[in-house]
Write a protein that binds this ligand. Structure first.
Ligand SMILES: Cc1cc2nc3c(=O)[nH]c(=O)nc-3n(C[C@H](O)[C@H](O)[C@H](O)COP(=O)(O)OP(=O)(O)OC[C@H]3O[C@@H](n4cnc5c(N)ncnc54)[C@H](O)[C@@H]3O)c2cc1C
Ligand code: FES
Ligand code: FES
Length: 493
């Protein structure tokens, strides 16, 4: 069965969109069509959070409230969800408890950021935590920029309103909302539009294979945290879009004793607990990946598929020794992730192929993992250099090493000379650390750009090798890091 509409819930009623430009953003629909202008547009690129709204969805039988940047999320991605905006919070003439707390603590001046901040805090308050701390609040607000009030009153309001919140009208109606999703019929394929331009959201991989064969030039869409910007900033005239978010078989995380496999629809937020369990540095990196809104929409596989030389997951997964499963029609192939990246903006992907899953090998008992993301700001920033390390140590000797870097070449890349330089050497010997750092000069000749100079990148990368090996040798991370200390890591929270 195919449904010819994009369908979602809004204020208890089903909305069916029969005809719209497939690249319409949710924000444009809210502001220009529905005329719900409480949600603001600031940057139109996912950075400021002024456009934050909630998509309430059913996940594993539970209702979850996910904050998203409506400026880069396409309208079709709301299919199957309940869309909640700032206009919906006050009830019976009374402000929501989060709005009240913002008023009491003077959390708003010009008010432009306020709807987005209130919606991010609304999502935090529905995470079901009995007590939120400052770290929870700053994590929740990392994607919300306030230029005039300052964060102190906003954080005070959040601490008051998000700890042990009283049930609100959404909690009271939760069962009803969950039941309403059945009318959106998750098992139907969605195809809104015509051969020339469409938004398609297949419900099964067989339908995806059919669409990709029929429309080999269509753009695949996962979370749209990259593709959304091609539209709002690149003004790309995309006409045929295929969204992967409704295919159940792609939204699973499969775990064995030695591996974890993430389907193409698995978002960073869903992957977080699995990644944090691999190593605390994975948890830290996930928390610093974009913002809560970016992590709610963006996928792990999308970060690999876009082939950016400064994406965070490719180096981390190369270091772990991951593989990428690609599917074309009904034939599959699997390749080591490092072989997926061929050259700048060129990946090992045939026309009609898509990435089904990425599978990472869990570190063994003698393996040590370290990840370092070097950015100009701590939160919501893209790496200048990203260093990822997996080192196997047996009886004090390095028996295997996998070092991978982002920001050092046109693709995320292994540092084979540096790895070879340390294998067989004693981990505690300072000369080993220097040998690894020296090896990098054979591996990379980085470029200068607006993020960092070539000299800076090389210097940082060398220091990261030393830092990783020193920590693995036993140097406490309190002397090698300014944050994210492994000894007190709360990354798995
Ligand atoms: C504000 C902001 C902050 C960000 N911060 C970070 C950050 O800290 N670190 C970082 O690395 N990135 C960051 N990004 C970039 C982006 O969020 C990530 O690259 C994200 O993982 C992309 O995933 P997506 O699901 O949104 O991909 P999409 O935008 O949907 O797609 C990205 C590309 O991959 C292709 N694609 C998607 N899925 C598949 C598939 N299964 N098979 C084949 N091709 C596919 C698409 O066609 C497109 O070319 C940020 C982006 C924004 C807007
Ligand atoms: S308008 Fe800035 S994040 Fe959407
Ligand atoms: S209140 Fe003005 S930007 Fe936050």
């Amino acid at each position: 069965m195919t449904r010819a509409t994009i369908s979602f819930m809004r204020r208890g009623k089903r909305v069916d969109i029969e005809d719209c430009d497939p690249k319409t953003t949710l924000l444009d629909w809210l502001r220009l069509e529905e005329r719900s202008t409480g949600t603001k547009e600031g940057c139109a690129e996912g950075d400021c959070g002024a456009c934050t709204v909630i998509l309430a969805r059913e996940r594993d039988g539970k209702l979850v409230y996910e904050p998203v940047n409506s400026c880069i999320l396409l309208l079709g991605q709301a299919d199957g969800a309940d869309v909640i905006t700032v206009e919906d919070l006050a009830a019976d003439g009374k402000l929501h408890s989060i709005q009240n707390a913002m008023v009491e603590h003077h959390g708003s001046q010009c008010g432009f950021c306020t709807p987005g901040i209130v919606m991010s805090l609304f999502a935090l308050s529905h995470e079901g935590k009995s007590k939120v701390d400052r770290q929870d609040v700053t994590d929740a607000l990392a994607g919300n920029l306030c230029r005039c009030t300052g964060y102190t009153p906003i954080i005070k309001a959040a601490l008051q309103a998000c700890s042990d919140p009283h049930p609100d009208q959404f909690d009271v109606k939760a069962a009803e909302t969950l039941a309403s999703f059945s009318q959106l019929r998750a098992l139907e394929d969605v195809f809104m539009g015509n051969d020339e331009q469409f938004f398609a959201a297949p419900a099964a991989e067989s339908s995806l294979a059919f669409l990709m064969q029929k429309y080999p030039d269509a753009t695949l869409l996962a979370g749209a945290t990259d593709v959304g910007l091609w539209i709002t900033k690149g003004l790309m005239p995309l006409k045929r879009l295929i969204w992967l978010g409704r295919i159940r078989s792609l939204t699973t995380v499969d775990e064995t004793a030695t591996t974890i496999s993430f389907g193409a629809g698995v978002t960073h937020q869903i992957a977080l607990p699995y990644l944090a369990a691999i190593d605390p540095d994975f948890g830290q990196l996930t928390r610093r990946f974009g913002s809560r809104q970016v992590r709610a929409s963006g996928t792990v596989v999308g970060n690999i598929a876009n082939g950016s030389p400064i994406g965070d997951w490719p180096p981390a997964f190369i270091a772990l020794g991951a593989s990428v499963e690609l599917r074309n029609g009904f034939s599959n192939r699997s390749i080591p992730i490092e072989d997926f990246f061929i050259a700048y903006k060129k990946q090992n992907r045939e026309t009609g192929e898509y990435i089904r899953r990425v599978t990472v090998s869990k570190p063994g008992p003698n393996d040590h993992v370290r990840l370092f993301k070097i950015t100009k700001r701590r939160d919501e920033d893209i790496s200048s250099v990203m260093g990822a390390f997996r080192v196997t140590v047996v009886d004090g000797l390095i028996t295997q090493a996998r070092f991978a870097f982002g920001g050092m070449a046109g693709i995320p890349k292994r540092a084979l000379a540096a790895e070879a330089a340390v294998v067989g050497l004693a981990i505690k010997d300072i000369a080993t650390w220097g040998a690894g750092a020296e090896g990098l000069t054979e591996d990379f000749a980085p470029l200068s750009d607006h993020r960092a100079s070539a000299d800076y990148r090389m210097r940082v990368a060398r220091n990261l090798v030393i830092k990783a090996l020193a920590e693995i040798a036993g140097v406490p991370s309190s002397s090698t890091r300014i944050s994210g200390f492994r000894e007190v890591s709360h990354a798995a929270e």
